[in-house]
Design a protein around this ligand. Structure first.
Ligand SMILES: C[S@@+](CC[C@H](N)C(=O)[O-])C[C@H]1O[C@@H](n2cnc3c(N)ncnc32)[C@H](O)[C@@H]1O
Length: 282
């Protein structure tokens, strides 16, 4: 039998609403009633770490003057970080076969061409590294380009793993042998992303509830993040992403996410089985 210093207390309706509403206000993550146990378990885990035995006292810590760091850890514990390399292959094909050739052709005319992409909600890094690999494959003279793949997330734990860029063999399933050999080094800790690819990616701790002031992205990936938000938060986040995109820039969402009823200033793009949105020029 497992004996812990603090047996997990039950959460009252009032405590549950206080914590749920706080999570929503701070991160946009809307935990439906069926997620009550999830919230309770994650809060209880953090309460053990902080030696607090009541949900109400934990709420007071989170909202008190010394609660900032713990609030970050609490939100971190609530994030779902599932991801993989080349996730949703048809979308990656839209990027490499349709979107990038068009952008690269247009930009190549400039003296020192620049291209900016953003993986918003990048989790443990597989998405931004996939984008960097696709860019490297699409631009043979990439050294002459100014490339930035911004990769941001709310979860510090996920970002730290992303920054390390080392993955267990079972995480490498989406990558074909040639790319694996070119852009990863195998060592005893796993598959390590090469410095050439790492240099293209800049990691940043960022909460999508706020505007980070970044602009002029040619392409934004914000996949499998909106599903955790309610309708109003989705609208607000998409509005901020729209501002961050250049006119004619591309937005990629997860396969169960849509702009329908959220924002009509984009055109839906369908290419083979992959989809994306193109921001309309005014
Ligand atoms: C399921 S993962 C998706 C990862 C990747 N985009 C993909 O599709 O494979 C969702 C990510 O969104 C992040 N997230 C959730 N709410 C966020 C917020 N308010 N601001 C920034 N990132 C957030 C989570 O931490 C998590 O890493």
């Amino acid at each position: 039998m497992l004996i812990t210093a603090f047996p997990q207390p039950n959460i009252s309706e009032d405590e549950y609403h206080l914590l749920r509403d706080l999570v929503y206000a701070e991160s946009g993550i809307w935990l439906k009633d069926e997620k009550k146990n999830f919230l309770m378990n994650r809060a209880a885990r953090r309460m053990r770490e902080t030696n607090i035995s009541s949900y109400y006292r934990y709420y007071k810590l989170l909202t008190g003057p010394d609660g900032k760091k713990e609030l970050l850890d609490f939100l971190d514990a609530l994030t779902i970080n599932e991801t993989s390399f080349f996730r949703n292959r048809p979308q990656m094909d839209v990027l490499s076969r349709k979107v990038l050739p068009e952008i690269i052709k247009r930009k190549r005319k400039g003296e020192r061409p620049a291209l900016k992409m953003w993986s918003a909600g990048c989790s443990t890094g597989q998405e931004p590294y996939t984008l960097a690999i696709i860019l490297r494959e699409s631009i043979p003279d990439i050294r002459n380009w100014q490339i930035k793949v911004l990769a941001s997330d709310l979860s510090m734990t996920a970002l730290e793993a992303a920054g390390r860029g080392v993955y267990a063999p079972e995480k490498m399933e989406g990558i074909d042998e040639r790319l694996l050999g070119m852009y990863f080094c195998r060592d005893k800790s796993g598959y390590r992303v090469t410095d050439e690819i790492k240099r293209l990616v800049v990691f940043d701790h960022h909460n999508l509830m706020h505007d980070n002031g970044e602009r002029d992205f040619d392409v934004i990936f914000c996949r499998n993040v909106l599903i955790y938000f309610d309708g109003q938060t989705q609208k607000n986040v998409i509005g901020r992403l729209r501002k961050a995109l250049v006119p004619g820039g591309y937005l990629f969402l997860g396969h169960s996410e849509t702009l329908q009823g959220i924002d009509d200033s984009f055109t839906f793009i369908h290419h083979d089985k992959g989809t994306a949105y193109r921001k309309n020029c005014d």
